[in-house]
Ligand binder design. Structure first.
Ligand SMILES: *Cc1c(COP(=O)(O)O)cnc(C)c1O
Length: 356
């Protein structure tokens, strides 16, 4: 606290990211990073980069990257917005579409950045509780009393619940909720859920947000994007060009385009992670853990015979970091990112040792 802070700075409740330890030799399963390196085509961008070009500003339109993304999703370049990480894309979207006087609808358990942005941008929110099985009940969002909303935001698959909604369920919501923007955050969609990108041409109020941080192994590069109707994309650009006009840097744009273009490598990586997830899910279930049906690159696991917080601390002593949330409803679970087969084998061995 400081007398020099604004009221806003006092009021904020900043996001707490997962730990990025400095210590070497840890198995890091706490922030949903991809255990595999980026595509060899990304390596080529950096090894062949012309460093002298860095004296020049980047392309303000990021056209090369938008073309790659548009091609991947069979959309038009004018339906694509790109940003420095999907967190920046979300920031622009919250300001462009949700900063009105009606409440933004969201699940009570979801990506915690949404409420951080609501307090930063002074947006009213209405949190709708997940069902007992942690699923999102979209029918709630279309009920009579929720009709007059200022927008809808949720992650699909949701985090940290790991569960996915079907495309049909999302389309039901879009058919009923036509007067405000529906933002679907698809940070984990490539690990087994269906993308709503295919609905963008039909629903002018649908915004799909994705990131290259997870399924394309580029968390350190900071690239995310949104897909939507041209008018929504135009709105995002208006906001972006009013607070931070600078686009992706020259190398990030080219590396991101290379990652999107390497479809085979991307598919292989996702398939490997899905296979490892299914293996580790079966292993933990066999140890008596309660497992949610994950469609993401992490699992939500409820241990038996030991408290989640205890297991978290003991795994840390075995040099394995997972994520523990000291929050109602999810405090009995651990969120464990999917690493390589070897890392997950080490996790299972450590858990067996801890449980004796
Ligand atoms: C990781 C994550 C993001 C942020 O991704 P960046 O592109 O790295 O900013 C957004 N939404 C959800 C649900 C995430 O899990």
């Amino acid at each position: 606290m400081s007398k020099y802070w604004s009221d806003l700075a006092h009021r904020l409740d900043p996001y707490t990211p997962g730990e990025q330890p400095k210590e070497q030799g840890l198995i890091k399963l706490n922030t949903n990073e991809n255990p595999y390196p980026p595509s060899p085509k990304v390596h080529a961008v950096f090894s062949q980069a012309n460093i002298d070009d860095l004296r020049l500003y980047p392309d303000p339109e990021s056209s090369l990257l938008k073309q790659s993304i548009a091609q991947f999703y069979h959309l038009d370049e004018a339906q694509v917005f790109v940003g420095n990480g999907s967190d920046e894309v979300l920031a622009a979207a919250f300001q462009a579409f949700f900063a009105g006087d009606k409440p933004l609808l969201m699940p009570d358990i979801t990506y915690s950045f949404y409420t951080v942005y609501c307090s930063l941008y002074d947006i009213d929110s209405c949190e709708l509780p997940l069902a007992d099985d942690f699923s999102i009940n979209l029918a709630q969002y279309c009920s009579e009393s929720m009709q007059d909303n200022g927008g809808v935001v949720f992650a699909n698959p949701n985090a940290p619940s790991s569960l996915a909604l079907s495309l049909a369920e999302i389309e039901q919501l879009l058919l009923k909720n036509t007067e405000s923007v529906v933002l679907v955050d698809e940070a984990y969609v490539d690990f087994g859920a269906q993308s709503a990108a295919s609905l963008v041409n039909q629903y002018p109020n649908l915004l799909v947000v994705q990131t290259l941080s997870k399924s394309r192994s580029l968390a350190g590069l900071r690239v995310g994007f949104a897909l939507g109707n041209q008018a929504l994309i135009y709105g995002l650009n208006r906001v972006k060009n009013s607070f931070n006009p600078y686009p992706l840097d020259r190398l990030a744009e080219r590396a991101a385009a290379a990652a999107i273009d390497d479809v085979d490598y991307f598919n292989d990586c996702c398939q490997k992670i899905i296979a490892t997830r299914e293996w580790v899910t079966a292993q933990l279930a066999a140890l008596g853990f309660e497992m949610l049906d994950s469609k993401t690159n992490f699992v939500m696991a409820k241990p038996t015979g030991i408290a989640a917080e205890d297991l978290f601390a003991q795994l840390r002593q075995h040099k394995i970091i997972v994520r523990y949330f000291n929050k109602p409803r999810i405090s009995e679970y651990l969120r464990i990112s999917i690493g390589t087969d070897q890392e997950m084998q080490a996790l299972i061995t450590a858990i067996k040792e801890i449980l004796g």
